[in-house]
Write a protein that binds this ligand. Structure first.
Ligand code: TXE
Length: 479
């Protein structure tokens, strides 16, 4: 299946006629082509967004909200088709795409359709000076949204929905590895009555199409999710142009387990926080630190559960671990398992490629648990982004805290304990943008989402996203 760019409400081939192969991770076959859009395509997308901006920015909030709600509804109506596309493109189990990815894409539009009607700004009366200040929040203009392959439609819409709700027009690029669901979104937007040019989707590689978006002088803000190295490249280009930037990047999240936790709940959730989506979620906890008194019990029980996980073709309902996203990524992840072994790590389970019958060329890997003895090794410092976790014991709260913070990343952390005072101490001192206590990945879309250190700059979610996608202007009126 060949996909096309969605520009000015129409589907078009790239001007250069350059195409990239689209691989199906579950069988390793090429099943389509995607445009490798050039600067010229991005320019046309930009011009169409720019032309649409006048009307869209002046469209009433009720009307914008109505159209975004319609998009949300149509995503729900097309759940099966979108979930199949996502699973085929990404390798994730269809059950996960149906339960999480696509419903969340619909929620993103629904949430921001409502949020924009409740968005407000401040006013400050300058007492004794006969003056009133108020803050105008206006759409920025044309903004760029660049998203990754791990949660394709979920993260694509997480950026587009608030950008559109706030009155901006968008030039967006999904990952070239998983473009299909974004392609299908174009048709949904037309059916929902989104005026042409308000959203433009250009496909292509990061260094060609992505960079053209970042370098475009008329695109005033960039919202990006992806690798930390890419985020740094984008910041380097965007900084001299003083673009607004929101960067959501990698993580090396700790899962800190104290002996006083609710053990069964912790164990079941830890399997999920380790291996959901083949471990390819920025919030997955890849470093598990366990209080020494329960370490051996945890090790035995955890390995037993991990060994039960069913690796298989993503279209099977019983599959829990699908295929990794690409051959290159599988190679990278397996390379890290080798590095871990060379550094003295002990593989407790997994570590090998899996051959799935009839799909022998798919990119399958066993869920892997590695026991390490220190936190400085590369497997504990680099973002692997696959079904690989490490475990090691700790002996005190202070040690757990220092292990958790000993990383260049700071996206999320999970703590398992029933001790309230410890919870308060730990949550205040852990360096991360998101902390879960006795749960994982429980999301409320009103909350600020993002990381610190090498994990991010800025926050998305709730009003934070609407603030990012608007420019503030203070007006002072003397009376
Ligand atoms: O991400 P990239 P990749 C991490 C994870 C993974 C690594 C690399 O560790 O192994 O990053 O993955 C676009 N200018 N995460 O290479 O390249 C690109 O086309 C503008 C964590 O796939 O960062 C895609 O649309 N755009 C992560 C998007 O950026 C550029 C999710 C992300 O791709 C560009 C994914 C450039 N110079 C990977 N280069 C998370 N935290 O959720 C690339 N792109």
């Amino acid at each position: 299946m060949n996909i096309q760019n969605y520009i000015n409400g129409q589907f078009t081939d790239p001007i250069s006629n350059e195409w990239l192969d689209n691989y199906c991770p579950s069988d390793g076959e090429v099943y389509g082509k995607i445009p490798n859009s050039s600067i010229e395509d991005v320019e046309i997308a930009y011009q169409s967004a720019k032309s649409a901006f006048g009307l869209w920015s002046q469209t009433t909030l009720e009307e914008r909200s109505r159209i975004l709600l319609k998009i949300s509804e149509l995503i729900e109506d097309n759940l099966q088709e979108l979930a199949e596309a996502e699973s085929q493109d990404n390798g994730k189990p269809i059950s996960l795409a149906k339960a999480v990815d696509i419903p969340r894409a619909a929620s993103n539009f629904r949430f921001f359709a409502h949020a924009i009607t409740q968005f407000f700004s401040e006013s400050h009366e300058s007492v004794g000076q006969n003056a009133m200040n108020y803050t105008l929040r206006q759409p920025i203009g044309v903004v760029g949204c660049i998203s990754p392959w791990n949660l394709p439609l979920y993260l694509f819409t997480w950026k587009i929905a608030p950008a559109l709700a706030a009155g901006n027009c968008v030039v967006a690029k999904p990952s070239e590895v998983t473009p299909l669901s974004a392609y299908l979104l174009g048709d949904i937007c037309n059916k929902a009555g989104l005026p042409k040019g308000v959203l433009n989707i250009v496909h292509g590689s990061g260094t060609t199409t992505g960079q053209a978006i970042v370098e475009h002088p008329g695109i005033k803000a960039i919202s990006f999710t992806g690798g930390t190295k890419t985020g740094a490249e984008i910041a380097k280009i965007a900084a001299p142009m003083f673009k607004k930037l929101s960067l959501e990047m990698g993580g090396k999240n700790p899962n800190i387990i104290f002996a006083d936790c609710d053990y069964d709940d912790m164990l079941n959730t830890t399997v999920k926080s380790s291996f959901s989506n083949q471990g390819q979620i920025c919030l997955c906890c890849s470093r598990i630190f366990v209080e020494a008194s329960i370490y051996n019990k945890f090790k035995t029980d955890f390995i037993e559960k991990v060994k039960e996980l069913k690796v298989g073709h993503p279209s099977e309902d019983s599959t829990q671990i699908g295929a990794l996203v690409s051959k290159a990524h599988l190679k990278k992840v397996m390379g890290y398992i080798e590095i871990a072994e060379n550094e003295g790590g002990k593989i407790l389970c997994g570590g090998n490629k899996v051959t799935v019958k009839n799909f022998e060329n798919g990119y399958y890997l066993e869920p892997t648990v590695i026991e390490v003895t220190n936190n400085e090794c590369r497997i504990n410092q680099d973002e692997v982004f696959g079904p690989v976790v490490t475990i090691m014991p700790f002996y005190s709260e202070d040690e757990a805290l220092s292990l958790a913070n000993q990383t260049k990343y700071g996206l999320s952390a999970t703590i398992w304990t029933n001790n309230l005072k410890r919870t308060m101490r730990m949550t205040q001192q852990i360096q991360a943008g998101i902390i879960w206590v006795n749960t994982w990945m429980m999301r409320d879309l009103r909350t600020p989402f993002g990381g610190i250190k090498g994990s991010g700059m800025g926050r998305e979610g709730g009003f934070e996203a609407l603030r990012f996608f608007t420019e503030q202007k203070n007006v002072c009126i003397k009376y």
